[in-house]
Design a protein around this ligand. Structure first.
Ligand code: GLC
Length: 442
């Protein structure tokens, strides 16, 4: 077992190796560009020991923001030409809003950015620099959240919709199966694309070709509609109100409200958004029979009954009341999600008792450190210390015993996907280093 100091050193080394000079790539070969929510998680670690780098990480991400506020999920690294699908796949030149100078994708990822940016300022030993950074980022964050409520709140109830599985960050989750299977792929519907993921990691851990065809088809629909959100939503077969996305947004709105206070701006709208989204999650996404929140498919008009760990993420944002939270804890503490009294690693991303569960396939069972981090914070918020500790132990011990992998087998702990994965290192660092740090705005 590595010592705490040794582990901190190794984790910092992973981030250092993935540093591109202006931002951090998620992994050495599999993900050579800058990814949106990865950077927000990565910057949370830098915030503890290298504030200028944390600031740089988020600054470079927002350089790719579109004029309508859309924050793209990938900012392409011009020097990494061996990644596919690359910038040309997205045809963002067809959007009147896309950045002209920075090459980006045309979809989004979960909005953890306000949370990360507040944390960076909070940890900065130079209070003035932290405040100046908040002042610089406030208008960009406001425009990002305003885009979500203007373009993605289709029912005007505060629930934000995603229009591609990749927007959820849980790319290959079973949540999307039904919606994707409704799309009948015929000749000529799928644009040409090339994959490199299956050259780098084991093909059985990655999405199938049929799934990838669906992903590509959806992207074609975006550019054929010139990235006009209302036209896309009128024609899209894939529109989903996702639990994890909305949970992270509720907290991000609260954090943006705090940022507004700190920089002397009006904070009211952010509190309103947080409340509206949280209420709508309870009204529409909560399932009291199973003690979990389910995604909602706006095309079929039905809840998606996929028992995924992300269904417990509303704990993170304080969305459930005490009685709902108890039901969630009871559900988490069962065989399918690795209970306290079993020898296993918490928390499998998908219920082990579900038919499509796999301990090694991307988002269909393995433990992900960022989902654990979200659940750990949520469990602490409700005082569920024993289970919180169980989840925290997995965040620390999985990388220390098996390496800094992208995801881990919930039974054996074996690492899968890419090694030297940045957010695995970063979120472990966040937990280890938060014990010794102070905050500026307490
Ligand atoms: C995978 C994950 C996604 C992440 C990306 C880069 O596609 O599903 O959430 O952002 O890798 O790490």
């Amino acid at each position: 077992m590595t010592s705490r100091e040794g582990l901190v050193k190794q984790a910092k080394k992973v981030l250092e190796q993935n540093w591109l000079g202006y931002a951090t790539k998620p992994a050495p070969r599999l993900y050579p560009h800058q990814w949106s929510w990865d950077s927000a998680f990565i910057a949370m670690a830098y915030a503890h020991y290298d504030s200028p780098r944390a600031i740089q990480e988020m600054r470079s991400l927002f350089e790719g923001q579109w004029q309508n506020g859309l924050l793209p999920h990938i900012i392409f690294n011009q020097k990494a030409s061996d990644y596919s699908p690359g910038p040309e796949f997205w045809r963002i030149d067809r959007s009147p809003h896309a950045s002209k100078d920075v090459m980006t994708s045309g979809i989004i990822q979960p909005p953890v950015h306000a949370t990360s940016i507040l944390h960076i300022a909070h940890q900065d030993p130079d209070r003035d620099r932290g405040l100046a950074f908040l002042r610089e980022m406030f208008p960009k964050l406001k425009s990002w959240h305003a885009y979500l409520y203007k373009e993605r709140d289709l029912e005007q109830n505060g629930l934000i919709s995603i229009r591609h599985p990749w927007e959820s960050g849980q790319d290959n989750s079973p949540i999307w199966d039904q919606a994707l299977s409704r799309i009948r792929i015929e000749a000529g519907m799928v644009p040409e694309y090339r994959r490199v993921d299956t050259d780098i990691v084991n093909v059985i851990e990655r999405p199938t070709t049929a799934e990838y065809d669906h992903y590509a088809y959806l992207v074609k629909n975006f550019y054929e509609n010139d990235y006009d959100e209302s036209r896309i939503f009128q024609s899209s077969p894939f529109i989903i109100q996702d639990v994890l996305f909305n949970s992270l947004l509720v907290q991000a709105n609260r954090d943006l409200s705090t940022i507004a206070h700190l920089v002397g701006e009006d904070s009211q709208i952010f509190d309103q958004w947080a409340m509206q989204t949280s209420n709508a999650m309870n009204e529409k996404l909560w399932d009291s029979t199973h003690g979990i929140y389910f995604d909602y498919d706006l095309v079929s008009g039905q809840a998606i009954h996929a028992h995924v760990a992300a269904g417990f993420s509303p704990l993170y944002a304080g969305v459930p009341n005490a009685a709902q939270a108890e039901l969630i804890l009871a559900n988490l503490n069962t065989y399918g999600f690795c209970p306290l009294d079993e020898v296993c690693w918490a928390v499998p991303s998908y219920d082990k008792l579900e038919p499509g569960y796999s301990p090694s396939r991307y988002w269909r069972g393995p433990v992900w450190i960022n989902v654990n981090w979200v659940l750990y914070r949520g469990l602490c918020r409700y005082g569920f210390q024993a289970y919180a500790e169980h989840v925290k132990q997995a965040i620390i011990k999985l990388p220390s015993e098996y390496g800094f992998y992208e995801y881990f087998d919930p039974d054996t702990g074996q690492g899968h996907g890419s090694e030297s994965f940045s957010w695995t290192a970063a979120l472990l660092l966040d937990l280890l280093l938060e014990e010794e740090n102070y905050g500026q705005f307490d």
